[in-house]
Design a protein around this ligand. Structure first.
Ligand code: HEM
Length: 238
């Protein structure tokens, strides 16, 4: 892939990642969302699905680029795809807080329009005990929150200047948590569905294949690394 093509491809990837959000907005504006049997459920599932797909897509970039040297440019898209996974996970979380938990959106908006800047916060305080109770009761929400918090920490530390401030090694160690986020997201899905629903297990298989690919690559690299004890002359001869 020629370097000068990367910015164009980045634009295409940006647009592709924004298509679901634009589609959701269009479904809302056209009135089709209101006609659905359960619009909140639709938005929750839509945003949850896209967050998971992009997260798994992000995890797939490293193993795919290792298949062939000519695919090394793919790494330039990893951060972007990860940030879009975080974006959809945040929409998903907001759907839970603002639409699922009984948050009074009209009152919060009316308050803002009337200049009461603390109204949204006041409304959040009203539903907070119910929400905390729900999180305590439902463990699939707890693992979902864990996944989101990890994605948040990765998003906050994603800029180059944070990388420089943290040092490459620390940054890399922190960003390996993306695998924990992927695991938590898959478990979140497995725990929320009724017994017999197979879809989350398909994602679990994808996740474990990606992990195995990573482990296999690390082992292969270790075995093929010239040992430090090997004399230089032997290395040259081989
Ligand atoms: C990275 C973070 C997360 C991912 C990838 C994720 C993904 C998903 C997926 C794939 C679904 C099922 C969609 C379907 O059935 O089509 C779902 C459902 C759901 N998620 Fe998440 N989720 C995440 C975080 C959260 C968080 C933080 C919360 C709440 C605080 C949450 C609450 C829910 C709820 C309430 C449902 C619907 C459950 C039901 O059908 O009864 N999720 N999520």
């Amino acid at each position: 892939m020629p370097t000068r093509a990367i910015p164009y491809l980045k634009t295409v990837v940006h647009l592709a990642c924004l298509v679901p959000a634009v589609y959701l907005l269009q479904v809302y504006r056209s009135g089709s969302l209101a006609l659905m049997a359960d619009p909140v459920n639709y938005i929750t599932h839509f945003t949850g699905d896209w967050a998971l797909w992009l997260l798994l897509g992000d995890l797939a970039i490293t193993p795919v680029r290792r298949l062939n040297n000519s695919l090394s440019w793919l790494i330039r898209f990893r951060r972007m795809v990860g940030l879009y996974a975080f974006f959809y996970a945040t929409l998903h979380l907001l759907t839970y807080v603002l639409l699922f938990s009984g948050y009074d959106v009209p009152t919060a908006l009316a308050g803002l329009q009337a200049g009461h800047l603390l109204e949204p916060w006041k409304q959040l305080k009203i539903i907070w005990p119910t929400m905390v109770g729900d999180v305590e009761k439902r463990r699939f929400i707890q693992v979902g929150l864990l996944a989101w918090l990890i994605l948040l920490s990765l998003a906050v530390t994603s800029p180059q200047r944070v990388l420089r401030a943290m040092g490459g090694k620390n940054w890399q160690r922190l960003h390996r948590l993306i695998y924990v986020a992927g695991f938590a997201a898959v478990v979140h899905y497995m725990w929320l569905v009724k017994t017999g629903v197979r879809t989350p297990y398909k994602y679990a298989v994808v996740f474990w294949v990606l992990i195995l690919a990573r482990v296999a690559y690390s082992l292969w690299k270790r075995w093929n690394k010239p040992s430090a004890a090997t004399p230089v002359s032997a290395k040259v001869a081989s």
